[in-house]
Every structure is written in C-alpha cells, then in structure tokens.
Design a protein around this ligand. Structure first.
Ligand code: ATP
Ligand code: MG
Length: 295
C-alpha cells in the first residue's frame, strides 16, 4: 500500500512591531492586548518585550522578572551576549511565580538600555537575524518597542513585517507622529524593504471631548495618503484598573466595550482583511465646512 504523502505545514510568523518614540502612548497596552486577542483566536503568539523599562515583563511576571534575567532568559542576553533566542522564550503554560504564561514570551531587562553603545557590523539587523530560528514556530511575533528612536526601535522595525503606531489622541502626540513615520521610511529603504505600516492607532480617545475629535480628524486628514488610521481605542479607567492589578485588560474585562477594538484588529489580521478604520468625527467646524461645501 502506498503511504499517503504527509504534508507538514510550516508556519511563517508575521512579525508585528508596536512602535512610537513617544512615551506612554499605549505601546505596551496594545502589545499585551493584541497578543492576548490573537491567542484567543487560536494563533500561536510570541510576545517580545524590547523595552529596557520592561513594563510588559513586570505586568506578566512581577518580582519574578528578575529570575528570568538570572536564568539568562531575556532579550538583553540574546542581543548583548549573542545568546540563542529560543533559550530566552518562556513557554505558554509555564508557571512563574504562581502565574501561567498565556502565550510564549521573551522578557526584557534594564541592561538593554546600554545597547546604543554597542558598535558591531550590521547590529541593527541582529534581532531580525535572531528571530529567523523561531519564525516557523509562530503565527505572530509581537514586539513591544521602547519610547525612543534608538537602536532598539530600529531593530524592531528591521525585524517586522508590519508596524502599528499607537498615538495618544493628544495634540503634541499627534504632531510627533511624523518622526516615527520618517524612521519607518528609512528602515524600509535601508534595512527592511518588506516593512509595511499596518496603521496609526489613536489611543485614549474620548469621543465626548471636542479636542479629541479635532485631533482624531486631524490625524485622519493628515495621514490620508500616508498610512491607514485604525479605529480609536477609547480612553477608559478599565485600562488603568487592569494595569494597576498587573493584568491584561482583555483578560480582566473581556466583555468591556472599550477593549473590543483590540479583538477587531486581531480578527482582521487573522482574516487578512484591512484593519478597522477610524471615521471622521463630526465637529461643529466640520459641520459648517460641509454645509458651506454643499451650499
Ligand atoms: N485606552 C486607554 N485608556 C486609558 N488608559 C490607558 C489606555 N491605554 C493605555 N492606558 C494607560 O496609559 C499608560 C501608558 O500606557 P502604556 O504603558 O501602554 O504606554 P507605552 O507607550 O507602552 O509607554 P512607554 O513609552 O513608557 O513604554 C498606562 O498606565 C496604561 O494603563
Ligand atoms: Mg511600554
């Protein structure tokens, strides 16, 4: 009898960087919630904390984060000591400090802050290189980038297929978006021609505040020919409560209306559809402009 040919399907992960040089815009919140949402959709996910502040690492592991470093299981050891990336992966199902890991994870450590001093040929591509061995083990690798435009952000963009740029719905934050877009274009040109902008993600949006609506409308108009603007993440204490309890918002409050945008983004990614896009909010100024255009 002829044995059937067994076709083993090799996965190739999509690498999604969540980046913006601006601090506190929702990079870590978006990384954790998207990693969780994709896992809920049966995707195999690796979340990497690439921020020396190690916020995602402490949300997931608290005090046990230091054990990861002692065991040489952080991205600092991979990038600074040339350690194998597979050894730094904490597997989903592993229990650290009484807590289950929800998806595969690579932690960070403050030592990573010294990385900008490192000079080595092709160092900006070190993460892209290190990720090669695990790309076939996952559907998604999510990289939580730090709040600067240094080596780590270039590495994240250099390794990524897609970048989501969270932007707080605040005037100065919206103005600063051109810096990360400029860095993205340079990385596309010099390091990673495959990099695409999945979208700008407005965060902490209060639809009832005129200034937030103005800023959102400005982003949508200004980005028209540059990048998609994703449906805004509402501003809500549901996020702060979860953060305070060191929980992922979607895990802590799965039914909450304010977290559904992360579910929608994950669903669109998996379905290969465009991400849910932001729509122009109606403002008195916009209404009168539209009226004058119609007249
Ligand atoms: N949609 C939201 N509504 C309310 N609070 C939010 C929302 N998203 C994030 N936050 C809160 O804003 C703060 C900053 O968020 P987060 O840590 O995700 O930003 P970040 O860009 O990763 O910051 P950093 O640049 O320091 O790494 C956190 O306290 C978080 O709980
Ligand atoms: Mg962060």
């Amino acid at each position: 009898m002829v044995k059937p040919l067994v076709v083993t399907q090799r996965r190739t992960a999509r690498v999604l960087a969540i980046a913006n040089q601006k601090g506190g815009v929702g990079k870590t919140t978006s990384s954790l919630n998207l990693a969780f949402a994709l896992t809920q959709l049966s995707q195999r996910v690796l979340l990497m904390d690439l921020d020396p502040q190690a916020t995602a690492t402490s949300v997931l592991f608290g005090q046990a984060a230091i054990d990861l470093f002692r065991q040489k299981r952080t991205i600092a050891q991979v990038l600074l000591d040339d350690g194998p990336l597979q050894d730094a992966v904490v597997r989903a199902g592993e229990v650290i400090s009484g807590r289950d890991v929800l998806f595969d994870f690579i932690g960070s450590h403050i030592n990573l802050a010294g990385i900008d001093m490192r000079r080595e040929p092709g160092f900006d591509a070190a993460l892209q290189d290190a990720l090669g061995v695990v790309r076939t083990s996952y559907d998604y690798v999510i990289i939580d980038a730090p709040q600067n435009l240094g080596t780590l952000t270039w590495m994240a963009l250099g390794a990524a297929d897609l970048v989501i740029i969270p932007v707080q719905t605040e005037p100065y934050d919206a103005m600063g978006v051109s810096m990360i877009l400029d860095a993205t274009r340079k990385v596309q040109r010099r390091l990673n021609t495959g990099l695409r902008i999945a979208g700008i993600l407005p965060t902490r949006y209060s639809a009832n505040l005129a200034i937030d609506r103005e800023v959102l409308n400005h982003l949508i108009t200004a980005m028209a020919d540059i990048a998609p603007v994703i449906e805004a993440v509402p501003n809500s204490t549901v996020y702060s409560h979860a953060a305070w309890a060191s929980r992922i918002t979607l895990e802590a409050s799965p039914k909450s209306r304010v977290v559904q945008v992360y579910v929608k983004i994950a669903q669109a990614l998996v379905a290969g559809q465009p991400l849910p896009h932001a729509v122009l909010a109606t403002t008195p100024e916009l209404k009168s402009r539209l009226r004058s255009e119609v007249a």
